[in-house]
Design a protein around this ligand. Structure first.
Ligand SMILES: Cc1cc2nc3c(=O)[nH]c(=O)nc-3n(C[C@H](O)[C@H](O)[C@H](O)COP(=O)(O)O)c2cc1C
Ligand code: SF4
Ligand code: FES
Length: 582
């Protein structure tokens, strides 16, 4: 007999306990708060937390062991984190790290930790002293350490993030200087003009369908790496069934060579937040978050100030500017790990689980945070929304450069340029600008040397040789040239660079950052690194790479769950190809 089904009880978000995950609200904010207060996670505090929330201690230990930022021993007076990844390696990090270890290795007050990219590739070789970024290249690090010892804590408030102003960008060479007055994607001449599109939507003089239509017409692609069309994504999430939906801005940028989102967050948090608010209004979400890597302290503070402003100006709250709509935006600080940039791992983290990517589908657009439809875009994607919505798709299209169709070359693109260039930094250029023009903007190859190779899209993109310099930097053209635009990060390598060693450096990054969930990535990246490391130590080159590495590359590409494992050996394979051993 069929009986009417009782109405399913409404689940409180965050309390689902699916597939071996612990049910209940996330404990990560509580752990972050303890660490912020105590500087580490004392065991007695963890036991007290477990008792207080009635959750097993091993759940807490499982979280702590996954996230690299959590520590279970007290820190020394000086935490010196040194980066050894590609952009830093190209600028002599190995030698500088060795020298630093010699100088401070016996100093009981100084703890030296080699780290993956800290997002300061433009001051490479980069380091941080008690989280305050500093270049390892000069005496700067000695001064910072001395200051940290003197005051037992370094102020991270005023990080010099800029040097010489440039019409299209700014670079960092150590000397502080002004940022461009306004990046070209900022439609607002003064602060008083900001949030004009959100104002119009809240006042009912514009509808969000029109905003989505303009994103589609503009052909705006996701700037976080995959390039998924933004307007289509907004449409999909807007039409996904469900009353509760969420929006997340992915500010976890952690790949060697990528740091343009950092610059956007620092200089135009108003555009990122306006894009986020428009996303919330477009899909019908009340809650939005910016998920930001913990190394971006100064940028997080800029964001927090702007959120405070939004609250004070009445955009956030139960009745946003009298519209009757509730809007709330919070910052979620990452507990560390490159893999959290992958959208489903990020969501797992926000839910309070170990940040391992989910099998997809379902995608976050239909099953995201707490199982609800979730719109996730990167910092740069959101930052471009206001200008497109305000100036229109035709204006955006006209900003592009290059010889192909307007759709391929529409709009503007931020690039991080690092490695062997005269002026590493962030540049905002027309989409479709050639790699050569971008390189020129960054002052050319260091010391006027010849070019050996570039990675046009950050560490995970394939190396391209000097003959690719005239490739127009847009998604389709870079892909056709055998690499990818990724999130827009050009790493430059001068003639004389051991390209295989550079690619093995990238492989080490992926090995270190593999979350370990799936065997091909976890075991394959470690195995390949051992094989290639031995080969380099023997003085071998591309011609000596044996078949096992190629087989591992194929297996990892085909069978890894997420993009990390799929691309980990891509750069190595591309170097083999460039050298005629592909
Ligand atoms: C290993 C891995 C790391 C990623 N890291 C980031 C990141 O740091 N920032 C980001 O926006 N997207 C990152 N992504 C892409 C996200 O999964 C997702 O596609 C993106 O945030 C969507 O925004 P978009 O459409 O605006 O690009 C990463 C993907 C993978 C596979
Ligand atoms: S590919 Fe690597 S990073 Fe991605 S889920 Fe598998 S083990 Fe984790
Ligand atoms: S800070 Fe070293 S590679 Fe990014």
């Amino acid at each position: 007999m069929v009986t009417a089904m009782a109405e399913a009880p409404v689940k409180v978000p965050g309390v689902e306990g699916r597939a071996g995950k612990f049910p209940g609200p996330s404990l990560i904010p509580a752990l972050t708060a303890i660490q912020e207060r105590a500087g580490w996670l004392p065991r007695e505090e963890l036991i007290a937390l477990a008792r207080e929330v009635n959750r097993p201690l091993y759940e807490i230990e499982g979280l702590i062991s996954f996230y690299p930022h959590f520590r279970t021993d007290p820190p020394n007076t000086v935490q010196l984190s040194v980066c050894h990844d590609l952009s830093c390696w190209l600028r002599g990090s190995d030698e500088r790290i060795a020298a630093i270890k010699q100088r401070y290795g016996a100093d009981a007050d100084v703890e030296i930790v080699e780290r993956s990219c800290i997002g300061r590739c433009d001051i490479a070789p980069a380091a941080s002293v008690n989280e305050a970024p500093v270049t390892l290249a000069a005496d700067a690090v000695d001064a910072k350490i001395a200051a940290a010892k003197a005051i037992a804590a370094v102020s991270t408030a005023a990080v010099s993030t800029a040097s010489g102003a440039h019409p299209n960008g700014r670079h960092q060479d150590g000397a502080p200087g002004p940022a461009p007055a306004r990046w070209p994607n900022d439609p607002y001449p003064t602060p008083a003009h900001r949030y004009g599109v959100v104002d119009a939507v809240l006042a009912g003089t514009r509808d969000t369908a029109g905003v989505i239509a303009s994103l589609k017409d503009a052909g705006l692609r996701g700037m976080g790496g995959a390039g998924f069309p933004a307007g289509r994504k907004w449409d999909l999430v807007a039409s996904a069934p469900g009353d509760v939906k969420y929006v997340i801005c992915n500010a976890d940028e952690s790949e060697p060579g990528t740091f343009k989102d950092r610059e956007i967050l620092a200089t135009q948090p108003h555009l990122v937040l306006e894009g986020l608010l428009l996303g919330m209004l477009a899909i019908g979400a009340q809650d939005g978050w910016v998920f930001i890597r913990h190394e971006y302290g100064p940028e997080e503070r800029a964001l927090a100030r702007e959120i405070d402003h939004l609250r004070a100006a009445g955009y956030l709250g139960p009745d946003a500017r009298g519209s009757g709509k509730r809007l709330n935006v919070e910052i979620f600080t990452s507990p560390g790990g490159y893999i959290l940039g992958e959208e489903s791992a990020l969501i797992e983290c926000m839910e309070g689980h170990r940040g391992e990517p989910r099998n997809k589908p379902p995608f976050p657009g239909t099953y995201g945070l707490h199982g609800k439809p979730t719109l996730m875009n990167s910092v740069e994607t959101f930052a471009h929304v206001p200008v497109i919505a305000r100036n229109g798709a035709a204006w955006w299209n006209a900003q592009g450069a290059g010889s192909a169709t307007a759709a391929a070359h529409s709009g503007l693109k931020f690039f991080a340029v690092s490695g062997h260039v005269e002026r590493p930094g962030v540049y905002c250029v027309p989409m479709g600008t050639t790699a050569r023009a971008l390189l020129d903007l960054a002052g050319g190859v260091t010391g006027g040397q010849a070019l050996a190779a570039i990675q046009p899209g950050g560490a995970s993109s394939n190396f391209l040789g000097p003959d690719a310099l005239d490739v127009e930097l847009d998604f389709a053209t870079v892909q056709a040239a055998g690499s990818m635009l990724g999130s827009g990060a050009m790493v430059v390598m001068a003639e004389g660079t051991d390209l295989l060693a550079a690619a093995v450096n990238v492989l080490r990054f992926f090995r270190d950052e593999s979350c370990g969930k799936c065997v091909p990535c976890r075991v394959g990246s470690a195995k390949a690194h051992v094989l290639l490391g031995d080969l380099l130590a023997r003085g071998g080159g591309p011609a000596d790479v044996d078949e096992t590495v190629r087989q591992l590359a194929t297996v990892m590409r085909r069978t890894s769950i997420c993009g990390l494992g799929q691309v980990a050996l891509g750069p190595v394979a591309s170097v083999l190809k460039l050298s005629g051993n592909g």
